[in-house]
Design a protein around this ligand. Structure first.
Ligand code: ZN
Length: 170
């Protein structure tokens, strides 16, 4: 049934598989034809709608991971590379290239993070339109220890950030 749901949204998805996962709740298998869901979702107190919300989030990832994003990312990398090279070369004489290099490295990380985060927000938004915003918010925060709610990572904004973003979207 979950496979039908995913397949209806993106016909490239061939199956939704439930597996025991140590941490992750759901992810896309490399070939983007399979979505893996954690068996923990089915033993905890997640409703069907909430599970669907988490599934839709992954389904929309398979559709959002777009060329535009990849091109934008490459462009940013290239641009920052050129700028840093230029700046490093011009500051080389002053012996502060290390500092400048560090700065551009963090700028690069920052932009990479923004692009990654953007796809998370987009997948959340699309999913919330399928199962309702409150359902997705409830699914996102379920079983997450409160001290993790504000944890950002390079690939994922914190749950609290995602929730407040969802609340802002119409
Ligand atoms: Zn995601």
């Amino acid at each position: 049934m979950l496979t039908d749901l995913a397949n209806k949204e993106n016909p490239r998805i061939k199956s939704v598989v439930v597996k025991e996962l140590p941490q992750k709740r759901a992810y896309i298998h490399g070939d983007k034809e399979k979505i893996i869901l954690s068996s923990a979702l089915f033993t905890d107190d997640f409703t069907d709608q909430e599970i669907q919300g988490l599934l839709y989030h992954e389904v929309f990832h398979t559709m959002i991971s777009n060329y535009a994003g990849q091109i934008a990312f490459l462009f940013v990398v290239l641009l920052i590379g050129l700028i840093s090279m230029f700046v490093i070369l011009s500051f080389l004489a002053l012996g502060i290239q290390f500092l400048v290099g560090g700065f551009f490295c963090s700028a690069h990380m920052f932009l990479y993070e923004r692009l990654q985060w953007r796809s998370e927000f987009k997948a959340d938004e699309a999913s919330s339109k399928k199962v309702s915003r409150e359902t997705l918010i409830s699914a996102l925060s379920k079983g997450i220890p409160s001290n993790y709610m504000n944890c950002d990572s390079p690939t994922h904004p914190s749950i609290n950030r995602r929730i407040s973003r969802l609340r802002k979207t119409k």
